[in-house]
Write a protein that binds this ligand. Structure first.
Ligand SMILES: [Zn+2]
Length: 211
């Protein structure tokens, strides 16, 4: 057995012991149910662990992660997580959190074929095309990359707001706010991009649903 594999099993035992030492009912209480106020939609990148970077405990964050934190409205996985989070768990906030240095966004800016992922990050290429003028006017490659990371987060927040699930929640008066963040791999800090929705009034007319 590899050292790493053995280590993570040992880590689990130690973690259980340390939690129980603090609170003997810790796992009993958690097993009774969850009531998280937040749905986190983030990147699969191993360096952006949702709970750790916001100091959240087990039970506080419902999490969905995929490559480049995309909200694709035909993605049954994302839609199922979103539906359950909004309609069953009644989360009050949804954060889309991208990160600078995102490999998915970087790959989308280039021309190399990587495999199946080419089709997934095509969504980011579409976004690049929409913002082509602005992006190509940025000479510094790193800054252009950062800008696309930010534009991608903003777009995904809009795409969340366009879903029937989110619009339906607003229609029935459920408290639900959407936010967009970018995490800095080299600083540990998140930046709030100030793209906030709590109703559908800022959506383009064509996306507003009469639910
Ligand atoms: Zn990423």
């Amino acid at each position: 057995m590899s050292n790493f594999y053995k280590k993570i099993l040992d880590n689990n035992k130690q973690w259980v012991e340390s939690q129980l030492a603090l609170d003997p009912d810790y796992f009993n209480d958690l097993s009774k149910g969850q009531n998280p106020p937040l749905l986190w939609i983030g990147c699969s990148d191993s360096r952006v662990p949702a709970n750790e970077i916001i100091g959240a405990k087990p039970g506080e964050v419902f999490v969905h992660r995929n490559i480049a934190n995309l909200v694709i409205h035909t993605d049954m996985n994302m839609l199922s997580v979103l539906d359950y989070a909004v309609n069953a768990l009644k989360v009050k906030h949804i954060i889309v959190c991208g990160h600078y240095g995102c490999g998915g966004v970087k790959a989308a800016m280039g021309n190399e074929s990587i495999g199946i992922i080419d089709n997934w990050i095509r969504h980011i290429k579409d976004l690049f095309r929409i913002h082509q003028e602005e992006l190509l006017s940025i000479d510094d490659e790193e800054k252009r990359f950062n800008k696309l990371v930010e534009l991608n987060v903003v777009e995904q927040v809009y795409d969340l707001a366009k879903t029937s699930i989110v619009q339906n929640a607003w229609k029935i008066g459920q408290e639900l706010s959407l936010h967009g963040w970018v995490y800095g791999l080299n600083s540990g800090y998140v930046t709030d991009l100030d793209v906030n929705f709590s109703c559908n009034k800022d959506l383009d007319e064509v996306f507003k649903l009469n639910i």
